[in-house]
Design a protein around this ligand. Structure first.
Ligand SMILES: Nc1ncnc2c1ncn2[C@@H]1O[C@H](COP(=O)(O)OP(=O)(O)OP(=O)(O)O)[C@@H](O)[C@H]1O
Ligand SMILES: [Mg+2]
Length: 161
């Protein structure tokens, strides 16, 4: 369960703060929890996931799941394993179902899964990360520099659609 006091909007000043937010979330997650992450290139989805993995107590490293559709991080602590999936290159929700993810036995994070998640889960947390500046203003060479992000955490279920 994502703690209720994490629901809503957060201003996150640095990548270290993003990891810390992730650790608070990861600390509280249990098998069966599903999170969907949305946000543009360099928003901080993987940075947040790294914190979640640390808080949950699973083996790293967490990387952008660009070349695999889903990666499983086994637990180091007796927690649930973390399944980190990327729906970006899936053409439809049926392909997400085809991955046959072990939702009940894992904590599952699906990047870009907003349109597909309702096909595989009854309830989930939606996490949207935005940069307060317009896409065109971002210098791709300076994406690493600490700059504020806005994170909005919402609890959702299939009735939302
Ligand atoms: N406040 C912040 N929160 C998170 N990351 C930040 C912040 N400020 C700067 N950064 C930097 O932004 C980058 C975020 O990269 P990350 O890989 O987490 O993004 P992503 O959303 O996973 O991108 P992609 O879609 O390319 O996978 C990192 O280089 C990180 O250091
Ligand atoms: Mg990423």
């Amino acid at each position: 369960m994502v703690p209720d006091d994490i629901l809503g909007e957060h201003e996150v000043a640095t990548s270290a703060d993003m990891e810390a937010l992730g650790r608070r979330i990861g600390d509280a997650l249990v098998a069966g929890d599903v999170l969907v992450l949305t946000g543009p290139l360099g928003a901080g989805k993987t940075t947040l996931t790294r914190g979640i993995a640390d808080g949950l107590g699973v083996r790293g490293p967490v990387q952008s799941p660009t070349f695999v559709l889903a990666r499983t991080h086994p637990s180091l602590t007796g927690s649930a394993p973390l399944v980190h999936a990327d729906a970006y290159r899936l053409s439809d929700a049926a392909e997400l179902e085809d991955l046959d993810l072990d939702l009940d036995g894992s904590v599952t994070i699906i990047e870009w899964g907003r349109d597909a998640v309702a096909h595989i889960a009854d309830a989930w947390w939606d996490i949207e990360i935005t940069r307060p500046v317009g896409e065109a203003d971002v210098d791709p060479e300076n994406l690493d520099l600490d700059a504020p992000r806005t994170v909005v955490v919402t609890q959702r279920d299939a009735s939302w659609l």
